[in-house]
Design a protein around this ligand. Structure first.
Ligand code: COS
Length: 384
């Protein structure tokens, strides 16, 4: 049984503790034999399952009674799902990231989509990265130009999670009100809009739906814009301020799984006439893994708590959580592979799956290097 003592920390309220217990029970009952052989199919069915069980109501605001996203709940859900099944975590996360701009800045009509994404009957995606700009958002190439009372979108987006299976895309483009960051806007684009097509499906080491998208003269009404013209960069950053902490939470879930598997392993496996757990070198690994997990959890739930308490920006806290938690999870998982010996590199073993799963988290939603830039700028400025 994974360590649950962190739930007594003062970051949480009783409803968070109840959520963690209920979700744990649901995961144990529902996620043990998900068929991963067809990633798209598995993902669509996981979204439907998560919707049916009500977990997706946390991924976006209630369109009929707009309130706030609860970041601690988002983090607890991602941590728990990631510990059980990486693709289930991915399916949940994309429903949130893909609709984050609508939750935070959407009109009533745009919010209507949330009925479907929260029910698990429509999938969403967040389209920010481009072939020439992943980290440097302010210099994206894709454009939207005025066309009567609407806009025409032209360009490419890449590394788009849920690309190819999403029903709705939040797309960031250059509208040109000013140079750089002040000339971007966000649009809500249904997948069946003429001119939008999947140019390429991308295969990665831990399979999940991913694509490069092409936009050729995609015509949208002006009311497809989320927020105001020129606000796109701030909208993207505000969404990432919420969801970066949740990436850190997913990494924490992977790390906990690796630690749990290692604890079982070192108690069961004997070497030189004693269980591995009695060897001091092994105890050194276990101590460092437990320390990394607790330190990551403190940063994750500090960032989530700060946002929930009403901080306008938590860029520094969220960046620290993401940088530390994803880097440390990589190291915890690597140690778990080591403690499992040959079993740790056997295809399909828990450490092997986690080893492939964790790597992308140090890249997407802001690479570790970008998190360092965000942290340093905030620290140098003396505030956030
Ligand atoms: N919330 C609200 N506003 C924000 C903000 C935030 N979190 N972060 C920045 N802004 C504002 C700034 O205040 C600034 O506005 P003013 O000029 O009015 O003060 C404006 O946005 C531009 O900010 P900045 O000068 O920091 O822009 P940069 O181009 O230098 O941004 C980084 C650089 C690297 C921080 C940014 O491009 C980034 O986060 N990149 C990573 C993107 C990413 O995660 N990509 C992965 C794709 S998602 S899978």
């Amino acid at each position: 049984m994974p360590d649950r003592s962190f739930l007594t920390w003062p970051f949480f309220e009783d409803h968070h503790r109840a959520l963690a217990a209920d979700l744990e029970a649901w995961c144990a009952a529902s996620l043990s034999d998900i068929d991963h052989s067809d990633t798209d199919k598995a993902c669509i069915s996981l979204v439907a399952m998560l919707g049916e069980a009500g977990w997706l109501t946390y991924s976006a605001i209630d369109p009929d009674a707009p309130g706030k996203l609860d970041v601690r709940s988002l983090c607890l859900i991602r941590e728990t799902l990631a510990r059980h099944d990486g693709l289930a975590d991915f399916a949940f996360a994309m429903q949130g990231l893909g609709t984050g701009a609508v939750s935070l800045f959407g009109t009533e009509t745009q919010r209507d989509w949330l009925h479907k994404t929260r029910a698990g009957t429509a999938l969403s995606a967040f389209a920010l990265s481009e072939p020439r700009s992943g980290s440097d958002v302010a210099h994206m190439d894709m454009t939207a130009t005025r066309d009567g009372n609407g806009y025409r979108l032209n360009g490419e987006k890449t590394w788009i999670s849920n690309g190819g299976i999403a029903d709705i895309y939040t797309v960031f483009v250059r509208t040109g009100e000013a140079a750089g960051a002040k000339g971007l806007s966000a649009f809500l684009v249904p997948a069946d809009t003429p001119g939008l097509r999947v140019a390429e499906r991308l295969d990665v080491m831990a399979p999940h739906p991913l694509a490069r998208l092409s936009f050729e003269d995609v015509r949208l009404d002006a009311n497809a814009m989320i927020g105001l013209p020129g606000q796109g960069f701030k909208i993207a950053m505000s969404v990432l301020d919420v969801f970066r902490s949740t990436v850190a939470a997913a990494a924490l879930g992977f790390a906990r799984r690796a630690l749990d598997a290692s604890l079982i392993r070192v108690k069961q496996r004997e070497l030189f006439g004693a269980p591995l757990s009695e060897m001091q070198m092994v105890q050194g690994h276990i101590a460092e893994m437990a320390l990394d997990v607790d330190a990551a959890a403190l940063l994750v739930y500090r960032a989530a708590w700060a946002k929930d308490m009403g901080a306008a920006r938590v860029s520094r806290e969220a960046a620290m959580a993401k940088l530390f938690s994803t880097d440390q999870a990589q190291s915890v998982i690597d140690r778990s592979v080591q403690l499992h010996g040959g079993e740790g590199v056997r295809v399909g073993s828990i450490p092997e799956k986690l080893y492939r799963e964790i790597r992308a988290l140090r890249i997407y939603e802001g690479a570790s290097d970008v998190q360092k830039i965000v942290i340093a700028r905030a620290v140098l400025a003396g505030n956030d």
